[in-house]
Design a binder for this molecule. Structure first.
Ligand SMILES: Cc1cc2nc3c(=O)[nH]c(=O)nc-3n(C[C@H](O)[C@H](O)[C@H](O)COP(=O)(O)OP(=O)(O)OC[C@H]3O[C@@H](n4cnc5c(N)ncnc54)[C@H](O)[C@@H]3O)c2cc1C
Length: 463
């Protein structure tokens, strides 16, 4: 496997050759655009590659891969860098930025969006909505379609529609041999399977054909109470979501809003317990479903309404701008009263945790319905996701966050599943820690068949 340690020296002529072959740009350290090019959305990622290529087309991606092969370099594709925290040393790699490949076209008849590999979900929501359609995006419109889809894609509609990767109808990708290929169930079923949830190591995808769903609006919003009520609200949330229909998705968060001026006044510096939900149905039914939560009494803050589908891209209130995020995610098999007590004990009132939020998401529904037509990520295999994230403002805070994650692992062990969800595993997971053994073996076998020299470098292990 090329590790870059023997990278052939890149001469000015080589670089001129690469630049001549590209529509986009190739940058070396010292170029004025270098620092902006190596900056990931997650500011904790220190990326110092051998070269940066800003690709503008599949042909640019192919030219980059050929150049990398000829110079014993690896290729690390990246759209936004939301998933950059687990990236290894890039010294022997070309950082292949795809953000200029952000075209979106909608086929309303087929209900499919063809999305360039550099697009963010926010780029898709408006064009889809013009046709009364919605995409299977996650909590933030700033997340890239590529990394999200390749690692599964757990969105607001997942309980009724499953992982986003399983609604992909086909892709265009460049394989390690430098060929631009159509990848779908007919043309290349093995690669198509791997790229739906098995991570970004088997090929560099240049565009996705994503299935859309008919949805103009949803009943959705957030209710927040002082964190002192964390136990009672959290237990009520647990009972509420356990019996909820698949059309209802809801998260629970113990959240500490930082005292920053850009945080709006009622939230700034506050510690709250928040329920955020989406009901893909009408408001009257949604209000009926909300009754057990309404019974908890007047929240400190509430914003619940019928909203246009694109508004779901910002409903969770995730940061829009780059942040230094230190996160960790765990799948929980079950969530009983004791698990909620442990959750509140970790980050509830009377604790001083270095986290912005500790979130629980109810999974289940379509996420647990296996289908042979699915890709590598078939089912969640667990009923809840626990995800914590803090702002790493200094190395000391980073250490404190790590220590807290160790404590969370220990405290939540009785409920934790034996596998993780690739999209939320930020500690450079091996595929064997995210998939059943047979799936991990198939993914590893395909990697050695399709990319025997390990040209493509992903943000997870085994690639
Ligand atoms: C604020 C925030 C909210 C999030 N919310 C959700 C959520 O609701 N649901 C969910 O499932 N996940 C969520 N995530 C996790 C997110 O899906 C992953 O971090 C994902 O990897 C981000 O994709 P990206 O393309 O933006 O990131 P990038 O860092 O650009 O890419 C991540 C990895 O994907 C691979 N990759 C990217 N582009 C390509 C390509 N063209 N070809 C091959 N491989 C490629 C590479 O291995 C790359 O390292 C969230 C993350 C953040 C930071």
């Amino acid at each position: 496997m090329a590790d870059g340690s023997n990278s052939a020296a890149i001469t000015d002529d080589d670089l001129d050759g690469l630049r001549g072959a590209l529509e986009g740009d190739a940058l070396v350290s010292g170029d004025s655009a270098w620092d902006a090019g190596r900056q990931a959305w997650n500011l904790i990622a220190e990326q110092d590659p051998a070269l940066i290529v800003h690709a503008e087309s599949a042909a640019d991606v192919a030219a980059t891969m050929t150049f990398a092969r000829d110079h014993d370099l690896r290729v690390a594709p990246q759209s936004t860098g939301h998933g950059a925290a687990p990236m290894p040393d890039l010294g022997g790699a070309i950082l292949l930025r795809t953000s200029r490949m952000a075209s979106v076209s909608i086929d309303p008849g087929a209900q499919v969006a063809t999305i360039g590999a550099g697009a963010k979900w926010a780029d898709v929501l408006g064009p889809a909505a013009e046709h009364g359609l919605a995409a299977l995006h996650g909590s933030s419109g700033t997340v890239g379609v590529a990394g999200y889809t390749l690692s599964g894609g757990l969105g607001w509609l997942a309980r009724s529609r499953g992982f986003a990767c399983n609604s992909v109808r086909g892709m265009e990708a460049v394989t390690a041999d430098g060929e631009i290929r159509r990848v779908d169930a007919d043309t290349d079923p093995d690669l198509f399977w791997a790229l739906r949830g098995g991570g970004g190591t088997h090929a560099v995808v240049t565009s996705f054909d994503h299935g859309l769903v008919e949805m103009r609006e949803a009943f959705a919003g957030s209710l927040m109470w002082p964190i002192e009520r964390a136990r009672e609200i959290s237990q009520a949330w647990r009972e509420w979501v356990a019996g909820a229909p698949d059309e209802l998705s809801a998260t629970l968060k113990l959240v500490r809003f930082p005292p920053f001026p850009q945080v709006p006044d009622p939230l700034r510096g506050r510690a709250l317990v928040a329920i955020t939900f989406v009901y893909a149905g009408d408001a009257a039914e949604g209000e009926d479903l909300l009754a057990p939560i309404r019974a908890l009494g007047e929240p400190y803050l509430e914003h619940v309404d019928t909203v246009p589908a694109p508004a779901l891209g910002s409903l969770a209130g995730d940061p829009e701008d780059p942040v230094p995020g230190g996160g960790a995610g765990y799948l929980l098999e079950t969530l009983d009263e004791d698990a909620i007590d442990a959750y509140v004990e970790i980050a509830g009132p009377d604790t001083d945790v270095p986290l912005i939020q500790l979130e629980l998401r109810r999974l289940g529904g379509a996420l647990d319905r296996s289908d042979p037509a699915h890709g590598a990520l078939d089912i969640a295999g667990a009923d809840y996701l626990l995800y914590g994230v803090g702002a790493v403002m200094s190395p000391e805070v980073g250490e404190a966050i790590k220590a807290l994650f160790s404590r969370i692992e220990e405290r939540m062990a009785p409920w934790t599943a034996d596998h993780a969800l690739l999209a939320f595993a930020e500690q450079r997971p091996d595929l064997s820690s995210c998939f059943p053994a047979a799936t991990a073996e198939r993914l590893e076998r395909l990697k050695s068949e399709r990319d025997p020299d390990g040209l493509i470098l992903a943000n997870h292990g085994d690639g």
